[in-house]
Every structure is written in C-alpha cells, then in structure tokens.
Design a protein around this ligand. Structure first.
Ligand SMILES: NC(=O)c1ccc[n+]([C@@H]2O[C@H](COP(=O)([O-])OP(=O)(O)OC[C@H]3O[C@@H](n4cnc5c(N)ncnc54)[C@H](OP(=O)(O)O)[C@@H]3O)[C@@H](O)[C@H]2O)c1
Length: 325
C-alpha cells in the first residue's frame, strides 16, 4: 500500500510517499481501505518536532511512528475470524488512536475500537472530519465544561476544526454562543449558529467582565490568567493545548481544564461517534472542510495546517488514483 512516511523531524518536505506492506488484521480486527483522512496540528507537531511535548510522545530524536494520521473514513475490505460487528463492504469511520497510521491506504482496526458504520449519505471526507474536531469538541463541552442550557459559552478559534464543531455543539446544548475568529471567517461562524461573533483583530474578548460560564480556547491562543476576569465567578476555562494544572491555576472559584481527548478509551470514542454522526444525519452538525488534497500532495496539506489558519478540516484523499499527476 502507499503511505506518507516521516522518518526525521523537519519541514513538510520530509514527508515521502512510499510503498509499504499493508497491515495484517488480527482475529478481532477489520482491514479498512482508507478513502479519506485529515491532517491535524498534532500531525504537524509530530512531523516538525518543534514542541518538546510532542517529542515526549513521538520520540526525542526521530519520529517513533513513521505513518501519522488518526481520523479515517473508508470501507472494510477484510475481517478477522472473530469479527462479528462489521462485514466486508461496510462504510466506516473512526480514529486509530495513539498508534496513528491513518495517512495510508489501509489500516487494521480493532472491532471494539473507535470505529462505527457510516450513515448512507455521509461523504468520506466530512466523515473523517467528524472524527477529528467532533471527538475533541464533544468531550470538552459535555464532560469538562458541563454546558447547560442558557449558559454563556465563548469559543475561541471558532473557524478551526474543533472550534467550528464546538460552536454548533454548544448551541445544540442550549448555550448562548460567542465565536471568536478573524474578519474573513465571521460570516462562517455566524452561519454555524453563533449568537454573537468577535473579530479578534478588532476586539480582545479577554477584556469582558464576568461574561462567560465557559471559555473554550480551542486553539490555545489565550491563557487562563488572561481570561479569568472574563469568566463568571464559577466559570471554567477549557484548553486542548497543555496548561498548568488546575490546582495551580484555580482563582476565586474559576477553574481551568486541559484534557488529552486523543487518549480516551476507544469504546467511549465509538459511542461519541455514533452521537456525532446522528447529529450529522439529522442536519444538526455540519462539518466544515476547507479542502481535499491528494495523498501525493500531503506535504502541501501539512503546510496549510502549519499556517495556523485552516478553516475546519484539511482532508487527504487516499484513493489510488490520487497519486496520478
Ligand atoms: N487535547 C487534545 O487531546 C487535542 C486533540 C485534538 C487537537 N488538539 C489541539 O487543539 C488545537 C486546535 O486544533 P484545530 O485542528 O481545531 O486547529 P485549527 O483548525 O488548525 O485552527 C485553525 C483556526 O484557528 C484560528 N486562529 C488562528 N489564530 C487565532 C487567534 N489568535 N485567535 C483566534 N483564532 C485563531 C484560525 O482562524 P483565522 O484564520 O480567522 O485566524 C483558524 O480557523 C491544536 O493545537 C491541536 O493540536 C488537542
């Protein structure tokens, strides 16, 4: 199979497309032919090696896992002898988890892992996008933010993968939602259901006074210290990028939380995927996809993600024909 490999840290050009053996599914595994995956800021961090925290996971001197990528959507092409939940031909989507490996044409996935059947009409690109932003936005807002109807929720980075999903989920949870983005993305964030939008190039949302129950900085551009006056007295600051521990940051009843959603139990992710795809099916959740790249152009996809300004998900199309010029 073809895969994008990274065997040393560096710029997008270190990625090479190479033929490697396809994985052999074990008795409890399905072999998925991947049609679409996404490139995320985590893939960029594991490829450029610039963050020490990323190297803690992916290897101090060279990448431990040469094939990056987590979210996938595709078709089951083989099943192990003990597989009962899936059959050849099923359209599926999911997350390969910490072992990555989704930037390839095939992946072996545990039948009890983070994998679900896709609704009939779901497109593979958007489905992979659900497994990216959805699997982070949902646990943050539901489990850590415990968002309730009528609460005021601010989403910073509202045009990104996590942010564009979070705006819609917070709204579906009954919150009054403020989305923060730059001028060019204001209309998009409004169209996702934000009650109010803030252009960060013109206004500093952290200057608000006790306005929000939840501030979810999906892109880690602020800090709890800067945001705590903008939180209500028992408000919570959420960040998917590492912050100091909650106890160190606890201030006057306001709290801060970081969580590594990628490390959640696969079964919990699968249960969330069923919910997320149901919301997609019923039109409550729209996955924003900025563009689709061929596997041959994955370096360009990385460069776009590395810019820090992608809108929604950047999809990579893994089909064989995508290698043709
Ligand atoms: N904790 C976990 O388990 C976990 C899981 C997944 C991801 N993450 C992390 O979560 C972060 C977000 O991921 P993502 O894929 O959602 O990011 P993303 O899609 O790459 O975010 C891009 C968006 O950020 C916006 N942005 C850039 N600068 C901004 C600023 N100063 N203020 C407000 N918005 C700004 C951009 O809007 P403009 O173009 O308008 O500026 C753009 O639309 C990444 O750091 C990722 O590594 C953590």
């Amino acid at each position: 199979m073809l895969a994008a490999l990274v065997d040393r840290y560096g710029p997008p050009e270190v990625l090479v497309i190479r033929e490697v053996p396809a994985p052999e599914p074990g008795p409890e595994q399905v072999l998925v032919q991947i049609h679409a995956s996404v490139v995320t800021p985590s893939d960029v961090a594991f490829r450029n090696g610039e963050l020490w925290i990323a190297r803690l996971f992916s290897g101090p001197f060279k990448p431990r896992l040469p094939i990056l990528g987590d979210a996938f959507a595709g078709t089951v092409v083989r099943v192990g002898a003990g597989v009962t939940r899936f059959a050849v031909g099923d359209r599926v989507a999911g997350s390969t988890g910490p072992e990555l490996g989704a930037h390839a044409q095939f992946a072996a996935v545990d039948q009890h892992g983070a994998i679900v059947k896709l609704p009939e009409a779901a497109a593979f690109g958007a489905a992979a996008g659900v497994c990216d932003g959805g699997l982070t936005a949902l646990p943050f807002l539901r489990d850590h933010g415990r968002v309730e109807p009528g609460q005021h929720v601010l989403i910073n980075g509202a045009s990104g993968s996590i942010g564009s999903t979070a705006v819609q989920l917070a709204r579906a949870m009954g919150a009054v939602v403020t989305g923060v983005t730059s001028t060019g993305n204001l209309a998009l964030v409004r169209s996702l259901g934000a009650d109010r939008v803030i252009d960060y190039t013109a206004e500093d949302f952290t200057a608000a006074d006790a306005a929000y129950d939840v501030i979810f900085d999906t892109v880690g551009k602020s800090s709890f210290a800067r945001c705590h006056h903008a939180l209500k007295p028992d408000g919570i600051y959420l960040s998917p990028t590492p912050i100091l521990s909650t106890s160190m940051l606890r201030k006057t009843g306001r709290r801060a939380r970081f969580a590594a959603t990628g490390l959640r139990k696969p079964a919990d992710k699968a249960a969330d995927l069923i919910r997320l795809f149901d919301w997609v099916r019923t039109g409550k959740l729209r996955i924003v996809v900025e563009g689709e790249y061929r596997l041959a152009d994955i370096a360009a996809a990385h460069a776009r993600v590395e810019s820090g300004h992608k809108v929604g998900a950047i999809v990579v199309n893994m089909s064989v024909t995508s290698m043709e010029p």
